[in-house]
Design a protein around this ligand. Structure first.
Ligand code: Z5A
Length: 211
């Protein structure tokens, strides 16, 4: 039987450099001969991308926190059943920009939803599936917001205050401390070449351990 592929996620607050580091990680994994699928959350499927528009756009400003939480998991259920699980079973590797840690960080830390309520949905939607490796790009919110602020109009999350992103960051760091085998924390405040060096080291170490 073909060995299941590895599931790798990237996490971090706004402007942490996930997109930049995801491109590097994808190149390294493909160079190492892995068949790779890149995806993102919320999104990754046609329905998931439609939900992403509802979640990030401003048409539904003031959406109830429970609605936001359930839509995140609805998009995730679709993503898992239509894409992530079939790919992993076929031996493909999946590299995903954000996953359930983002829900604990944003809806839990940011919006104040109790962790235990998120855990119920996690178990329901994912069963025991968790990423095999999570790279957490960590940096102070002021630095991330400054980087991201140089871009287009802010979405529904990007317009939150620094204190919101401080709570998000705290939850991410707590999760990393609680699951040290799965998480690798990258100091994303460093210059890009230094961040890329850290990411490359983690990816190479993981490749060596997996095969
Ligand atoms: N969300 C949620 O609430 N709950 C959930 O369960 C999930 C998601 C799954 C999705 O946005 C939003 O959904 C997210 C949380 C919420 N909202 N927020 N905030 P997203 O993930 O698609 O978008 P994002 O977080 O806003 O990502 P981003 O702003 O695109 O950031 P990034 O990908 O981490 O950064 P980047 O684009 O790679 O870099 C930003 C800029 O900084 C760019 O110009 C780079 O060239 C520059 N950069 C990157 N690294 C460096 C270094 N080291 N030095 C200097 N400059 C750098």
């Amino acid at each position: 039987m073909r060995k299941r592929g590895a599931f790798i996620t990237l996490e971090g607050i706004e402007g942490a450099g996930k997109s930049t580091c995801m491109a590097l990680a994808a190149r390294l994994l493909r160079d190492a001969g892995r068949e790779l699928v890149e995806s993102r959350e919320p999104g990754g499927t046609p329905l998931g991308e439609a939900l992403r528009e509802l979640l990030l756009g401003h048409r539904h400003d003031g959406m109830a926190v429970d609605t936001e939480l359930l839509l995140m998991f609805a998009a995730r259920a679709e993503h898992l059943h239509r894409k992530i699980l079939p790919d992993l079973r076929q031996g493909r590797w999946v590299l995903c920009d954000r996953f359930t840690d983002a829900t604990y960080a944003y809806q839990g830390g940011g919006r104040g939803v109790e962790e235990s309520r998120i855990a119920v949905l996690e178990k329901w939607v994912q069963g025991d599936l968790k990423p095999d490796l999570t790279l957490l790009l960590d940096l102070p919110p002021e630095v991330g917001l400054e980087r991201a602020g140089k871009r287009s109009k802010p979405d529904r999350f990007e317009k939150e205050r620094v204190s919101f992103f401080e709570r998000v960051r705290r939850v991410y760091l707590q999760r990393a401390a609680d699951e040290p085998r799965r998480f690798r924390v990258i100091d994303a405040a460093r210059p890009l070449e230094e961040v890329e060096r850290q990411v490359a080291e983690v990816v190479q170490e993981f490749l060596a351990a997996w095969s």
